[in-house]
Design a protein around this ligand. Sequence first.
Ligand code: SAM
Length: 226
Amino acid sequence: MYTDYSKADLDDRLAEREWMVQTQLIGRDIADEEVINGMLIVPRHKYVMEEKQEYAYYDTALEIGVGQTISQPYIVALMAEALELKSSDNVLEIGTGSGYSAAILSRMAEHIYTIERHEELAHIAKERFQSQGYGNIEVRVGDGTLGWTENAPFDAILVTAGGPVIPDTLIDQLAIGGRLVMPVGDKAEQKLLRVKKTVTSELIEENLGSVRFVPLIGTKGWRELN
Ligand code: SAM
């Protein structure tokens, strides 16, 4: 499990996190207390480059290098809430990016397996998890559209990049009763979908709204961009 932050770390920019949670999460429709607490605690400014830290608690996505982004706080909260996590859950995330969403999820579930295709991002995220004491997050470099078979089935799967369809590999690796959240659409705009797998392996799909994510690039996603 994770170790908790020191008082000094918790106090560091706490007022801005309180403002972010109040105006951007509670002020909209986020009600899950664990999501709210996680976002009050996890220092988002430590998940962005130094030159972006000033904007870490703004209502916006931010660049994290290699053309990728850390998602807007509200979207992170919306996705985390939609996963309906339990403390015993085994979770797969595709698109580690900065590591921020994995840190939020790791406070709500048993274990997080997260896959990132860019080695440099995976490396930085791993260092963040180590320095902040997150012992329940495992990072792998690779094509997340293929999932992580050795650790399947997953109670929840979060895909933080937009693809044309939900990869069948991920549906196969979702446990009975599991929830998968993923942006699906074209490269300009997607619908944030939640799929639940019922006891009869039927899939129940819900549209949580329109979003704009960076592309999911891989065997079961988009082809490599030029
Ligand atoms: N969860 C991230 C965070 O909290 O910072 C947001 C990540 S960003 C919106 C999406 C990430 O998905 C990018 O870092 C991108 O490199 C990664 N990505 C895209 N296609 C991927 C794939 N097939 N496998 C793994 N990662 C992928």
